[in-house]
Design a protein around this ligand. Structure first.
Ligand code: NAD
Ligand code: UGA
Length: 460
């Protein structure tokens, strides 16, 4: 069997690498239009940082895993074609700011139809609005030769960045949606299920109709993000009342009906998908004439935006209502630990707020590149004469970032931040020295003993 995947991004790359790793008799080719990305997948410096990914790629690459820009050959040869391209929020026209932009998906469908000379299974791996498969099928069948049939399946991906390999190796479930009502549909579902069965127990492979599968992906992300916005809303109440949000989260999470996961209060959730997928859900609810349902889910985003700006305001008000010319150290820029991804990271929004207040930002992140940080902050590295930007200082070393700072903000929960020498950091900072722990990962009592003034999300 031959599998191809269009899109070698955060999902396409690791997902296909895992299939190739687990199924040595299946040839897996990942095709992308971005040549630099493909070159990186073929090098020792993979374009995605994920713990464990290097080993999986190295074990399969060149054996039965290939990365290429030649999508035509990849499509021609494949029995199953995964589509794993981006589905960003639309920035233009109807639905701008909410609906998913499906142009990359449609282009893939047209490519598949044009270059296929036999029937194939097309798998939606990207996160898509419910009923996209309908459009996909129409484009495929309108552009293909007679006698060729495409079965469209929905197989959304639930991996989280930073734990992608673990999630792919032991998924809670694999979801496959297809035309359950037809024999050909059931056969296609079975073919894909057999691939996952190489390593996933059958009882963890769920099959549904197409629309349930497409919608389940959006709903899963909406429920996860809703828990974070819920606990973040409570963090503000904790700060007013003397309750401690981590204690509240622990106490409610011990109820097995609530469960302990995704209850960590933070400076706000980031990442490429939660916001995009909830906005998409909101758009769909509006489109299908359900404005109350739309407003209910939109509140998750509104609360998250509020949490981010509440954090920047806290920094400014605590530093005596002005950060003008003051150095603020930002520890962490990625949207979560163990990834180099900064898409929608809270650090970017807090950083921009502080720059608006004319602070000097000293940013340290173990994995994010300086180019990326400048880009996200909408700042240039140098001025026209080549002088370095006086407002943004990217530091390889966390101690250097904190040196001469008035405040230090923990933006990402990197484990390495827990073990820093905070006495040394304290000595290098202006006094009073403030710490704003946006992730509640530090030992606040110990920091206070050193002399820091500590602000913790949701209490002491
Ligand atoms: P990404 O931007 O990292 O990768 C998408 C890739 O598709 C890019 O490399 C782009 O060059 C390529 N591409 C675009 N058009 C193409 C074409 N016509 N042919 C071949 N390649 C093409 O995106 P991602 O983070 O991998 O996300 C992909 C999808 O998966 C999205 O729908 C996203 O919502 C979903 N998803 C993402 C995650 C995640 O953790 N990032 C998790 C689950 C689901
Ligand atoms: C999320 C989902 O967890 C995946 O199941 C899904 O496949 C993926 O989105 C997607 O569709 O893209 P991801 O965004 O990679 O995965 O990472 P998460 O672990 O969900 O974290 C998202 C954000 O929420 C991060 O900024 C994280 O710091 C924050 N978060 C998470 C909290 O603030 N508190 C928590 O308790 C958990």
């Amino acid at each position: 069997m031959k599998i191809c995947c269009l899109g070698a991004g955060y999902v396409g790359g690791p997902t296909m690498a895992m299939i190739a790793y687990k199924c040595s008799d299946i040839t897996v080719t990942v095709a992308d239009i971005n040549e630099a990305r493909i070159n990186a997948w073929n090098s020792d410096e993979l374009p995605v940082f994920e713990p464990g990914l290097d080993d999986v790629v190295k074990a399969a690459r060149g054996r039965n895993l290939f990365f290429t820009t030649d999508k035509v050959t990849a499509i021609k040869e494949a029995d199953i074609i995964f589509v794993s391209v981006g589905t960003p929020t639309k920035t233009y026209g109807a639905g701008a700011g909410k609906a998913a932009d499906l142009k990359y998906i449609e282009l893939c469908a047209r490519d598949i139809a044009e270059h296929s000379d036999r029937s194939k299974i097309v798998v939606e791996k990207s996160t898509l609005p419910v009923r996209t498969a309908q459009g996909l099928k129409t484009v495929l069948s309108a552009n293909t030769r007679e006698g060729i049939d495409f079965q469209v399946l929905s197989n959304p991906e639930f991996l989280a960045e930073g734990t992608a390999i673990e999630d792919l190796e032991n998924p809670d479930r694999v979801l496959i949606g297809g035309e359950e009502e037809t024999e050909a549909g059931r056969a296609a579902i079975e073919t894909l299920a057999k691939v996952y069965e190489y390593w996933v127990p059958r009882e963890n492979i769920i099959t549904t109709n197409l629309w349930s599968s497409e919608l389940s992906k959006l709903v899963a992300n909406a429920f996860l993000a809703q828990r974070i916005s819920s606990i973040n809303s409570i963090s503000a109440l904790c700060e007013r009342t003397g309750a401690n949000v981590d204690q509240v989260a622990y106490a409610i999470g011990r109820d097995s009906r609530i469960g302990p996961k995704f209850l960590k209060a933070s400076v706000g959730f980031g990442g490429s998908c939660f916001q995009k997928d909830i906005l998409n859900l909101v758009y769909l609810c509006e489109y299908f004439g359900l404005p109350d349902v739309a407003a209910y889910w939109e509140q998750v985003i509104i609360m998250n935006d509020w949490q981010k700006s509440r954090f920047s305001q806290k920094i400014v008000t605590t530093l005596f209502n002005t950060v003008n010319g003051k150095r603020i150290a930002m520890l962490g820029f990625a949207f979560k630990k163990d990834t180099n991804d900064t898409r929608e990271t809270a650090a970017m929004y807090v950083g921009r707020d502080l720059l608006d207040e004319q602070a000097v930002l000293a940013v340290h992140d173990p994995k994010v590149s300086r180019e990326q940080i400048f880009k996200d902050l909408k700042e240039s590295e140098t001025d026209a004469e080549g002088n370095p930007n006086p407002l943004v200082d990217i530091c390889d070393d966390p101690y250097e970032a904190a040196k001469g700072a008035h405040g230090l903000a923990v933006m990402t929960e990197w484990d390495s931040f827990k073990d820093l020498d905070y006495k040394k950091i304290y000595e290098g900072m202006y006094k009073p020295a403030f710490i704003f722990d946006g992730r509640n990962i530090l030992d606040h009592e110990a920091l206070r003993e050193i002399g820091f003034e500590v602000f913790a999300i949701g209490g002491k």
